[in-house]
Design a protein around this ligand. Structure first.
Ligand code: NAG
Ligand code: NAG
Length: 361
């Protein structure tokens, strides 16, 4: 990890926690809708918690702009302490967290008619996971801010002063990001897509690889994904020898694999009405920043970016992204600042939220 990266994350992390605050509503926003606005689900970013100060005031502001709106902020683990939540951003099995999010959302009665969803940074990947594998009730507008949709080529730097959780996760990740241990225990490893080590990525990754329909690119014989989809944590059981428990575990695994489908991308993003992918133009936290709009470094030259339109995933439409784009449902937005700098009152965060959230349900 380069030293200047450590530095930039000071901004990165505190921004996640503080600058998600939106400005007060302007008078033209206070027009009451005749219908109740569509509910909203939020999935926070790394190092944050479901109801942190930043997220809470964000929710308060949305409620002022759209009176009566129902907002749910996803909490992983549900009912966990603040420390559990912060830790879960770094440590854990990303797929398990994705499935847990599906279950949490599916069980909320207020969301049954569909909802909009807003993901901050890595939270956007989990919401895309929901859209592709679960989506019942469906997401209508998905808005992602600085989400590494095509993975990261370098770890997200730790804040200064670094937290122990972050340091330990970074150390474990550096010692072998493409081991099956890291892949199933460190959240960032699940979306670490080093363009110089694609063979290893395709062989062991199941999270961001499958979200982008890249399963099988490493060749089936190389696919070790079975080994960690089997590490499903059914924490309530600890007697591994019990045959009934093994059967339950196998059944859970089978159902999840069914939802992911043969090529791993599930039903793709075709169920969305609009997918608004926001890139922060001065983002030095996500590497490359353009990953937030499905661009990657070139595998041959890290100074070159392969734009979304040139990715095989887009051209051959592996996840329905191109089809969504062609019917006008893919919106590539920009904010000028650093990672998660929403620009305060009247800034680009305000504008995007105003455009895409709170439509009559
Ligand atoms: C990599 O790409 C950059 C920018 O296009 C270019 O200037 C450079 O010569 C390339 N390097 C190699 C080794 O091809
Ligand atoms: C993956 O599966 C989905 C749903 O069955 C399908 O629409 C898509 O075209 C498939 N992608 C590839 C690369 O086969």
């Amino acid at each position: 990890m380069r030293r200047n990266n450590l530095f930039s994350f000071v901004a990165g992390l505190s921004i996640v926690a503080t600058r998600t605050v939106l400005g007060a509503p302007t008078s033209d926003q206070l027009v009451l809708d005749s219908k109740t606005p569509r509910p909203l689900v939020i999935w926070h970013g790394l190092g944050d918690t479901a109801l942190s100060e930043g997220i809470s005031s964000f929710i308060e502001n949305i409620k002022t702009v759209h009176p009566g709106i129902f907002v749910h902020s996803v909490q992983i683990p549900q009912g966990g302490s603040l420390d559990d939540e912060r830790r879960a951003g770094f440590w854990g099995n990303a797929e398990d967290q994705g499935w847990a999010g599906c279950e949490q959302i599916e069980n909320i009665p207020e969301l049954q008619g569909g909802f909009d969803a807003m993901g901050f940074s890595q939270g956007g990947l989990f919401l895309r996971f929901y859209a592709q594998y679960c989506n019942n009730p469906p997401i209508k507008n998905l808005i992602t801010f600085g989400t590494p949709h095509f993975g990261i080529s370098a770890l997200i730097p730790c804040p200064t002063p670094p937290t122990l959780t972050c340091l330990l996760a970074a150390r474990a990740a550096r010692s072998g990001i493409y081991t099956s241990y890291a892949q199933s225990h460190i959240v960032q490893a699940a979306y670490f897509r080093d363009t110089e080590r694609l063979d290893e990525f395709y062989a062991v990754n199941t999270f961001v690889r499958d979200l982008n329909g890249e399963k099988g690119l490493g060749g089936d014989s190389n696919d070790k994904s079975q080994s960690h989809t089997q590490t499903i944590s059914l924490d309530t059981f600890d007697d591994d020898d019990n045959e009934a428990i093994l059967r339950v575990r196998e059944e859970v695994r089978r159902r999840r694999e069914d939802k992911k489908g043969r090529n791993g991308s599930g039903q793709g993003v075709g169920g969305l009405q609009n997918f608004v992918a926001v890139m922060f133009d001065s983002d030095r936290t996500v590497s490359p920043a353009q990953s937030s709009q499905f661009s990657t470094y070139s595998p041959l030259n890290k100074s070159e970016i392969i734009p979304m339109q040139d990715q095989p995933m887009y051209r051959q439409d592996w996840i329905g992204l191109r089809a969504l784009d062609e019917k006008g449902g893919l919106v590539l937005e920009h904010c000028p600042g650093e990672h998660m700098d929403l620009g305060g009152a009247g800034g680009c965060g305000d504008r995007i939220v105003k455009d895409w959230v709170g439509w009559p349900g």
